[in-house]
Ligand binder design. Structure first.
Ligand code: IFM
Length: 465
C-alpha cells in the first residue's frame, strides 16, 4: 500500500470553453476560439463548443458528479469573455455571478475551488486590438485577474494565472493549429513574453485583493531525451527542451530567457540578428516582473519526447519527435509515466518552486459504453494508475507535490480535435448530455477514498469486483 499525504489535493480539472456551452447566453462576449471554430477546416470534426457538455446549465449535476468521485478540489477556468465581453471595461454581472455561485456550491459540497484565470479563451475584442502579441493585452489581463479575485478571493484559496502559455503562443501564433491560427514565430515569441509578463504583474495584483490565496501558473512540461547518443540528437533534445520547457521555466524562476534558444531563434530569423536587442518586445524591468515569487507551479503532464535531429525545414528547432513505444493514447502520445517522475524531480531540483501540483494528467481513449452501459476503459485505468505511482515516487523522493488533478472530469471539446478525443472520467453522451462513470472513474473514486494505491492488478480487480 502506498499512501499519499493526508492533505493531498486529489482533484479533477476542466476548462470553461471545453465544457460550458451557452456561448451566446447571459451577455457572454465572443472569444478567439468562437471565431476560430467557425472557420472551415480548423476543427477536425467540424464541430464547435456552442453546447459542449452544457455545463453552464448543469452545474448542480456536475457538482454531484464531483462529490461522487470524492475529489477534494476542482480546477475550473473562468471564461474571460463571460465576465468582460470586450475584454476590459464594462463587467457582465451575470457572467461573474455564474462563477460566484459555482464557488459557493463547491464549498457547500466540501470541494475546494481552484481557479484558472486564462485557459485560452481570450476575448475576441482584445485580439482585434492586438491580442497577446501586443503589450496592451498585459494590462487588460492584470485588471481582469484583479476583478475576478476581488470578487472570489474571499473564498478561492488557489488560483493560477495562465494555463499552458506554450500552447497559446506556439500553437496559436507559431504553428496555426489553435486560435487565432497564425503562423508567425516573431508574433509567437512576443505573445509568450506578454503572457509571462502579465502573469508576473497579475501575481501582485491578485495578492493585493486576495492575500489568502495561493497564486501560481500552470505549464505543460515535456521531458526530452535524445533518440541516440549522437551529438546531433543531443542537440535536437537541447533545442526541444529549450523551446518547450526552459523558455518558460527559466524566466519564471529568475534566470531570464535561455541564451541557446535565443541563438536558435536568431539563426532561424524568428528574432532580429545583429547588434540590436535580441528580444525587441522585452522592456527594462520585465524579467524582474516575470520572476515574481509564486506559491506553486502547476505541471500538466501527458507524455515525454524522444528527439531525433532532422533537417526538415518547417519543423522549428530542426528536431523531430520520435515515439519510442507503441503504447500510445488516441492523441498519438506515448504512455510514459516515468516522464512524470523525471519532470517533477527536475523542476524541484533545478527551479525549486515552493510547492508543485500535477494540475492535469489523463489520457484520451475512445472506449464507449457496452451493451450493459458499462465503459471498460482499462487503458485509461492503467495510464492513471501508473502516473499516480510516479507521483507517489516523487513525493517519496522529497518533491513537494501537494496535489493531482485528473484531466478531465468529463469528455469534452478537445480544441482542434473537436469531440473526437475523449479524456473524461465520465462518458458524455452528447445527444442526451447524460454523464456515465467509466471504470476509470470507479477506480479513482476508490483510490481517492483510500488516499492510497495498492498494486495495479489489485486496484483494477477492485473495480471488476
Ligand atoms: O484538453 C487539453 C487542456 O485544455 C489543456 N491541456 C491538455 C489537454 C489535453 O490536450
Amino acid at each position: 500500500m502506498k499512501r499519499f499525504p493526508d492533505d493531498f489535493a486529489w482533484g479533477a480539472a476542466t476548462s470553461a470553453f471545453q465544457i460550458e456551452g451557452a456561448i451566446g447566453e447571459d451577455g457572454r462576449g465572443e472569444s478567439v476560439w468562437d471565431r476560430f471554430t467557425a472557420e472551415p477546416g480548423r476543427i477536425s470534426d467540424g464541430s464547435d463548443a456552442s453546447v459542449a457538455c452544457d455545463h453552464y446549465h448543469r452545474v448542480e449535476e456536475d457538482i454531484d458528479v464531483l462529490r461522487w468521485l470524492g475529489v477534494r478540489s476542482y480546477r475550473f477556468s473562468i471564461a474571460w469573455p463571460r465576465v468582460l465581453p470586450e475584454g476590459r471595461g464594462a463587467v457582465n454581472a451575470p457572467g461573474l455571478d455564474f462563477y460566484d455561485r459555482l464557488v459557493d456550491r463547491l464549498l457547500a459540497a466540501g470541494i475546494e475551488p481552484f481557479v484558472t484565470l486564462n485557459h485560452w479563451d481570450l476575448p475576441q475584442a482584445l485580439h482585434a486590438a492586438g491580442g497577446w502579441p501586443a503589450r496592451d493585452t498585459v494590462g487588460a489581463f492584470v485588471d481582469y485577474a484583479a476583478l475576478v479575485m476581488r470578487r472570489l478571493g474571499d473564498r478561492v484559496r488557489r488560483v493560477c494565472t495562465h494555463n499552458e502559455p506554450w500552447c497559446i503562443s506556439t500553437l496559436g501564433f507559431g504553428r496555426g493549429e489553435h486560435a487565432p491560427g497564425e503562423r508567425s514565430w516573431p508574433r509567437a515569441l512576443a505573445a509568450a513574453h506578454h503572457l509571462l509578463l502579465s502573469h508576473g504583474l497579475a501575481v501582485d495584483a491578485i495578492r493585493a485583493v486576495a492575500p489568502a490565496a495561493e497564486v501560481g501558473i500552470v505549464l505543460n512540461l515535456v521531458p526530452a531525451e535524445p533518440a541516440s547518443p549522437s551529438a546531433a540528437d543531443r542537440d535536437a533534445c537541447r533545442a526541444f527542451d529549450g523551446g518547450f520547457n526552459r523558455w518558460f521555466l527559466d524566466p519564471l524562476y529568475g534566470r531570464g530567457y535561455p541564451a541557446d534558444v535565443i541563438a536558435d531563434h536568431r539563426a532561424a530569423g524568428h528574432l532580429p540578428a545583429g547588434e540590436g536587442p535580441a528580444l525587441p518586445f522585452a522592456h527594462d524591468g520585465d524579467l524582474a516582473a516575470i520572476a515574481a515569487s509564486t506559491d506553486f507551479l502547476g505541471v500538466n503532464y501527458y507524455s515525454r519526447a524522444v528527439m531525433r535531429s532532422t533537417t526538415v525545414p518547417e519543423n522549428e528547432n530542426h528536431a523531430a519527435t520520435v515515439v519510442a513505444s507503441d503504447d500510445r493514447t488516441d492523441m498519438g502520445w506515448e504512455v510514459a509515466p516515468d516522464g512524470l517522475l523525471a519532470i517533477l524531480r527536475r523542476v524541484h531540483v533545478e527551479y525549486a518552486p515552493a510547492r508543485l501540483y500535477v494540475t492535469e494528467n489523463g489520457a484520451a481513449y475512445g472506449n464507449a459504453p457496452d451493451a450493459s452501459g458499462r465503459v471498460r476503459d482499462v487503458p485509461r485505468q492503467k495510464y492513471l494508475w501508473t502516473h499516480f505511482d510516479a507521483a507517489h515516487a516523487a513525493i517519496a523522493e522529497g518533491v513537494p507535490l501537494a496535489g493531482f488533478y485528473l484531466w478531465s472530469l468529463l469528455d469534452n471539446f478537445e480544441w482542434a480535435e473537436g469531440y473526437t478525443k475523449r479524456f473524461g472520467l465520465f462518458w458524455v453522451d452528447y445527444a442526451t448530455q447524460a454523464r456515465l462513470a467509466k471504470d476509470s472513474a470507479h477506480m479513482c473514486r476508490r483510490i481517492i477514498g483510500a488516499n492510497a494505491i495498492t498494486s495495479l492488478e489489485r486496484d483494477l480487480a477492485e473495480v471488476e469486483a
